[in-house]
Design a protein around this ligand. Structure first.
Ligand SMILES: [Zn+2]
Length: 313
């Protein structure tokens, strides 16, 4: 418990989640200008009208009538539109802001003894790298993980994305369209401007969600905002869009700024049930060697690693 508090404080204090959006030089690089409504049109046109059914009057009456088809997730709850969400939250002011906010999952369910390693790929200037050493190690040791990918990172790494998406060891999560802190009032984190309203929250979440659904062939279940900051209204919008907002318990690599020894220490001390955040977009940093140094000892001690979907609904 002390560790997670310390890790969170470290995140707040300085090292930040720099791997999430700042330039490699450490300056508070401004995020790319949000691409207005880049996402809005991607959803429509999914499926057309259903076929006209023909009557089949010759069925024998001996059997019980067939059960009605069970509603699927897709038909049971239609995704709200941007306009519907804006209307839904008119006049709703957020009460919370930060990394531990109502509606954001920051740990695994009570009693869960496994640990969830999560790796963000933040995309954008200075953020489009790919840490092959890290991913190769996870594969070599069959350590599952959840990979939160930003739309810009996917665009910059299409072939790697296909390999990761095809690997059952990994679960792909949504790390936003242009990597913005998720606010309905424009609050910023680490100098990165947050979304300015419910409509921009929709763009940030749904833009990449639709992209990922198209690429993967199924919806993603988890979303983590750029910098892992949310307000409580924005977190509700994430849920409205069918995703679960993810935070973290342990800041494993300090936004890809920690040394290998520090990463090893954070991971080795991560308690059972922790969600650990690290980064997979800064090759050459401390993350990969730190993970390589920490994980074998944890495995030898019997620690299990899970993807978020393995233990969270
Ligand atoms: Zn990030």
């Amino acid at each position: 418990m002390a560790l997670s508090r310390r890790a969170l404080l470290a995140a707040v204090a300085g090292s930040t989640l720099a791997g999430c959006g700042s330039s490699a030089g450490g300056g508070a690089a401004a995020p790319e200008a949000p691409e207005a409504s880049a996402s809005a049109a991607e959803v429509s046109g999914a499926s057309g009208a259903s076929a006209i059914s023909e009557a089949t009057p010759s069925e024998p009456p001996t059997t019980a009538p067939p059960a009605p088809p069970a509603p699927t997730a897709a038909t049971a709850s239609r995704e709200p539109t941007r306009a519907e969400l804006i209307a839904r939250y008119v006049g709703t002011a957020p009460k919370e802001w930060g990394m531990e906010v109502t509606g954001v999952t920051t740990k695994l369910p009570a009693g869960e003894s496994a640990t969830a390693l999560t790796f963000d790929a933040c995309g954008g200037p200075g953020g489009n790298g790919y840490d092959a050493d890290l991913i190769d190690f996870l594969r070599k040791r069959s350590v599952p993980a959840t990979l939160f990918l930003n739309a810009r990172w996917i665009d910059a790494n299409p072939d790697v994305f296909k390999q990761l998406a095809a690997d059952p060891l990994f679960e792909i999560g949504n790390h936003g369209t242009v990597h913005r802190p998720l606010s309905v009032t424009g609050r910023s984190a680490y100098g990165i401007a947050g979304t300015g309203g419910v409509g921009e929250v929709y763009d940030e979440v749904a833009g990449n969600a639709h992209k990922l659904a198209g690429l993967l062939g199924h919806p993603v279940r988890f979303f983590r905002s750029g910098t892992a900051h949310y307000d409580d209204v924005a977190a509700r919008v994430v849920a409205d869009l069918g995703e679960r907002a993810a935070g973290f318990t342990v800041n494993g690599d300090g936004g890809a700024t920690l040394s290998a020894a520090e990463v090893r220490q954070e991971l080795a001390a991560a308690p059972p049930g922790a969600i650990v955040i690290c980064h997979m977009n800064h090759p050459g940093g401390g993350t990969a060697p730190g993970v390589v140094a920490a994980v074998p000892g944890l495995l030898a001690a019997g620690r299990r690693f899970v993807r978020l979907s393995d233990v969270l609904r």
